[in-house]
Ligand binder design. Structure first.
Ligand code: PNS
Length: 169
């Protein structure tokens, strides 16, 4: 690793699809670390609407302004092993509310056990994104609601096309 890329963080998630809440966390992480790898990952508990490749392409389309952010896919591998392999020092996650905490805390402890050299760093979400999640976006889109204030304009057509009706209002 070159001297200019010393502090690498991995920002994992389903990103199904990436929301403005995710982008806020990615942008803030890019200021804290030399390099941020946004890692599109399989969450075995979820049934995705977009393929891993589609999710990667959507994130690529909305993060081009960040010079130190790259996107990768994690498929069939433990996050902890990936973090070790790329030499990252941190796993960055966004925390919205207390309801996120138990689940995130459990994952952070498991990852720490699997790879003790990396820390999980939680960034508190911006107040305006407290309620925002990929599943909320998907529900609204599938019922024909307006999701234009929840996702970036570049990826709006794909989401609308995939999740059902075009907006009625
Ligand atoms: O956005 P999500 O769905 O809350 O992200 C969860 C994710 C994808 C980060 C988590 O399921 C994960 O790390 N998956 C990769 C496989 C893995 O290492 N699982 C054990 C985590 S303790």
């Amino acid at each position: 690793m070159s001297d200019s890329v010393r502090r690498v963080a991995v920002c994992p998630g389903s990103f199904d699809p990436v929301t403005l809440g995710h982008l806020d966390i990615i942008g803030r992480a890019s200021k804290l670390f030399d390099k941020v790898i946004v890692l599109v990952s399989t969450n075995l508990a979820k049934n995705p609407s977009f393929t891993l490749k589609e999710r990667l392409l959507m994130i690529e389309a909305v993060t081009s302004q960040y010079q130190n952010v790259i996107i990768d896919i994690l498929d069939g591998e433990l996050l902890a092993n990936y973090v070790r392999r790329v030499g990252a020092i941190a796993i960055v996650k966004g925390l919205r509310a207390v309801s996120d905490f138990e689940y995130e805390f459990q994952m952070a402890l498991a990852n720490k056990k699997l790879y003790p050299a990396a820390e999980t760093v939680f960034l508190t979400t911006a107040a305006e994104n407290m309620y925002l999640s990929s599943s909320v976006v998907k529900q609204i889109a599938s019922l024909g609601g307006d999701i234009s204030s929840f996702v970036s304009p570049e990826i709006l057509p794909l989401i609308q096309e995939r999740l059902g009706r075009q907006q009625s209002q």
